[in-house]
Design a binder for this molecule. Structure first.
Ligand code: KG4
Ligand code: ZN
Length: 350
């Protein structure tokens, strides 16, 4: 499966092989990051992103095919991100995918970017469905029960900003570059956040939703008032801890709910040979999963609830096309292909 990803600021193409019994191998994964194009503006500029995708998609795809060492006649299909994302960029990858599909007489699979992130853990390890997923990126923050492509239940989502958005905006207020998450993590290493009392969101609520806008506003105000580098480092540490705490509190609730429902299922008689407890797996994916403090906090929550914990390799946490190719290949195995007039969708909830 050839996969194409152009929904934000990465132009990416990849070839993935999926065996009939569900084992994935990445034959190539090429990612061209536009970070340098957007750095001067402190964030992604949609128009610049779309133009850059137009310039890069041809060469990036060519390199992915060369590195995979196969010709177009060896492909079974073309998968392209059809949303959600910056629609100008999505249209570039989707149109390119349609052109390849038409020219080579291949099925087209329009993939939801979030579904790509959801299956990404299967690129680095033989992960089986189902599992509980925390998807934390620049644009999304969701808890999902993942049973397979086209078969997911959302347990919670952010009611305002995504965690990565909070990282990026607070980092900007602290005078750090774009993208802010990695820079803020580095600054936090030399800080002690205990003297800051940042707002805690949705404390009384019994659901698995998130909210980061209060934290974003409060911390951005404090950042502007910081006078020394030490104060800035202390604030960075406080912000990172506050985000980690909210992610782990909400995940804890989702893990308990998930375990309860699956424990009920486990009490039913099972076919011989089926592994019991296999569904106790907690996966974290998306760019924010790169943060070491957040990873270790979530790992502890998983252990406390009796779940195995897994985060995809870094290259598959941030945006890439291998996850789109894999989601496309799994869809093709289920016979779920798309019409050639599939639309680019700026919004597309799972
Ligand atoms: O998944 P991703 O590459 O793109 C989206 O689909 O949004 O995620 C990018 C986000 C950005 O907000 C970035 O600041 C954040 O992930 N991020 C981090 C770290 N690395 C990337 N946030 C905190 N700590 C990090 N080390
Ligand atoms: Zn993404």
């Amino acid at each position: 499966m050839l996969g194409l990803e152009t929904s934000c600021d990465e132009t990416a193409a990849s070839v993935v092989r999926l065996t009939p019994d569900g084992v994935a191998t990445v034959l190539s994964s090429v990612v061209h990051s536009q970070i340098d194009d957007h750095a001067a503006y402190g964030g992604v500029v949609p128009e610049i992103a779309a133009r850059s995708h137009v310039e890069m998609i041809d060469g990036v795809t060519r390199r992915a095919m060369e590195q995979a060492g196969i010709g177009y006649d060896a492909l079974d299909g073309v998968a392209a991100t059809a949303g959600p994302g910056l629609v100008g960029g999505v249209m570039v990858g989707l149109s390119f995918g349609k052109a390849v599909a038409l020219a080579r007489d291949l099925p087209l699979i329009a993939v939801n970017h979030l579904e790509g992130h959801a299956v990404s853990a299967r690129l680095g390890a033989p992960v089986q469905y189902p599992f509980l997923l925390l998807l934390v990126s620049g644009g999304h923050c969701q808890l999902l029960e993942v049973r397979g492509v086209g078969d997911m239940t959302r347990l919670g989502t952010t009611i305002d900003d995504a965690a990565g958005e909070a990282f990026d905006k607070i980092a900007k207020a602290l005078g750090l570059g774009y993208p802010g998450g990695p820079a803020l993590e580095k600054l936090a290493e030399s800080g002690d956040g205990s003297r800051f009392d940042l707002p805690r969101a949705l404390l009384g609520r019994k659901d698995c939703d998130f909210s980061f806008s209060g934290l974003k506003t409060a911390a951005s105000r404090l950042a502007v008032a910081c006078e020394t580098d030490q104060q800035r480092a202390d604030l960075a540490d406080a912000v990172q801890s506050a985000i980690a705490r909210q992610l782990s509190e909400r995940s804890d609730r989702a893990l308990k709910d998930y375990a309860e429902r699956h424990d009920a299922a486990l009490k039913q008689p099972r076919p011989a040979g089926e592994a019991i407890g296999q569904e106790r797996l907690f996966v974290v994916a998306g760019g924010v999963a790169a943060n070491k403090t957040i990873r270790s906090t979530l790992e502890a929550v998983a252990a406390k609830n009796g779940f195995a914990f897994l985060a995809p390799p870094m290259a598959y946490c941030t945006d890439n096309a291998a996850m789109i190719a894999l989601a496309g290949a799994e869809r093709l195995q289920k016979g779920m292909t798309s019409d050639i007039d599939a639309a680019a969708r700026p919004r597309w909830p799972l």
